[in-house]
Design a protein around this ligand. Sequence first.
Ligand code: HGY
Ligand code: MN
Ligand code: MN
Length: 415
Amino acid sequence: MIPDPARLERWIDTFARITESRTDPGVTRLAYTPLERDAHAVFAERMAELGATVWVDAAGNTYAQRPGTDPDRPAIGTGSHLDSVPNAGRFDGIAGVAAALETARLFAEHGVEHRHPIRFVVFAAEEGARFGQACTGSRIAAGLTGPDDLDDKRDAAGVTLAEALRGVGLDPARVASARWRREDWAAFVELHIEQGAVLESSHRRIGVVDTVSGSTRLRLDVTGRASHSGGTPMHLRADAVTAAAEVVLAVEAVATLTEREGTRATVGKIDVSPGSITTIAGAASLWVDVRDLDADRQARAAAEIVERAEAICARRGVRLCVRPLAETPPVPLSGPVREVLVEACRELDVEPAVLPSGASHDAQQVNTVTPTGMIFVPSKDGISHDPAEWTDVEDLALGTAVLAAGLLRLDATLR
Ligand code: HGY
Ligand code: MN
Ligand code: MN
């Protein structure tokens, strides 16, 4: 069974074209928007054509199941997500869904038998770009987010997660019904682009993930005093944006301290108000993303960023409000599943790199329910969350072959 690069390429193109604007270079298909649902519908339709049983849960996660020869066995799952960040690349999430579709086609066309049901999944709302919290669909499936958590997270327009679910025909009051039962699952594997440069720089075509980074996300609101940029002497200002600028550099400083080589901290978004060239900023908001493979180091870095921000704002005579947005610990994935994926690589004469994931993933959430592994395919120049994101389709085809072989190995070895 050899995955077809041309088919994979067509799936990448099909999903990449479901985007807010065909003229923008990047893909924009945000969490819990009609575009995300359109992408899920394309997946569901093709899987139904392949004879799978298809359904959508109350969180908007879409499932397609190939029956096993022993229907009483728990399912072995694979999949990823189809929402994106704004102006994204064409491979983040899509690569894993394309690999799932190609694997389902190969199994169907070759009449592959497996004891366990194989369940292909597209998770809803994996990106945290719109609401701050990442992996909402898989967190709901893992029981880590419930109906009560959907009213306090808002997007830039003030729309809550609950309103966004309703906006695409989902009922937030029913999300508890989407929670996975441990006994329904035997294992899960997610294929994803690396979103870093380790594979490329080490000349490896496949990665198997050992640990997925945690992330702490905060919103810092700085309140100063708006006033005339010409009439207000420098020593009489309470400038919110200069304080925010110093906080941004403090975020960078905390993460680059030598003893924290594993910490990454980023301010990717700043809002300034009133945003006028002749008015000193009265308010500034900045969104902080702290990542680490070590939970204590991640917590210490986040705490120190807040401490430094408080000192900067006090010294500058502006007020600071800190709002936690999301908290995910680093997660070591399943060792046994990782070993099966390494063996699947060797079956295909490929020696994988075993490496951590700097990005967060749905795999991290579902690993709390069932033993989970991840396959990485290389990202050119390590770029992601940008239109320049690129994965060679031959590498994706090899990753798909590892996925298919890995699923069948899991089927053969698991109870
Ligand atoms: O934010 C992340 O790490 C992932 O792309 N959701
Ligand atoms: Mn992703
Ligand atoms: Mn992403």
